[in-house]
Design a protein around this ligand. Structure first.
Ligand code: HQG
Length: 182
């Protein structure tokens, strides 16, 4: 198997969001890893990665999943974590409508429980319907739910916007979800 940029990017998402311990990497309280430690740890796993390749993967990543600090000595994932870190995101005013991409097989449960964050820190929502469709496809036949974020915000629910423009919230109760006709 070759370590093309997509495979490297998926591996980076795994270790920076979910399983740093798998390669002996340390994330600080805000999710940052030292770049030199990451390069060494990833290379030990047989993935050829130097700073210039990492830089290009970060820059060209389709969803801007990774970010450097100012002097590029540290790197983290912009959202999507399941590890116990705090991104220090500030609450933000969402657009009136947000989309959540899911799979049809989850709908009955969502109708019972609303949208739950599952293993991640937040429920993930997007301002673009195309993004939601792509997200839903990962789990089966995609289905896009409309979330009445205007009403949620008016009712006091907090929203956060990640640095790569993903909208995040803790839970979406079912009364704020519009299900497409089936
Ligand atoms: C579903 C991607 C049953 C939910 C995306 C989803 C995102 C329920 C799955 C980021 C449920 C969780 C996150 C309920 C929610 N009953 N199923 N009550 N509530 N679900 O992967 O939102 O490309 O943890 O609909 O862009 O799919 O990886 O979350 O299908 O930002 O960078 O439970 O991942 O980013 O799945 O995706 P996930 P997600 P990347």
């Amino acid at each position: 198997m070759t370590w093309d940029d997509i495979r490297v990017s998926k591996f980076l998402a795994l270790v920076l969001r979910h399983k740093p311990e798998e390669i002996g990497l340390h994330l600080d309280a805000h999710g940052w890893a030292q770049v030199d430690e990451l390069l060494q740890a990833v290379s030990r796993k047989g993935c050829p990665l130097d700073f210039s390749r990492l830089n290009s993967i970060v820059k060209n990543n389709d969803k801007k999943r990774f970010q450097f600090n100012d002097d590029r000595s540290k790197i983290r994932a912009a959202q999507g974590h399941s590890t116990d870190i705090d991104l220090n995101l500030k609450p933000a005013q969402p657009p009136d409508l947000l989309y959540h991409g899911t799979a049809t097989r989850f709908v009955d449960s969502i109708k019972q429980l609303g949208l739950q964050k599952q293993k991640r820190h937040h429920v993930h929502l997007s301002a673009r319907i195309e993004t939601a469709i792509e997200v839903g496809k990962r789990y089966g036949k995609p289905l896009v739910l409309n979330v009445n974020s205007r009403q949620m915000a008016a009712d006091g629910y907090q929203f956060f916007l990640s640095d790569n423009s993903v909208w995040l919230t803790d839970h979406v109760p079912v009364q704020y979800i519009e299900f497409p006709e089936s």
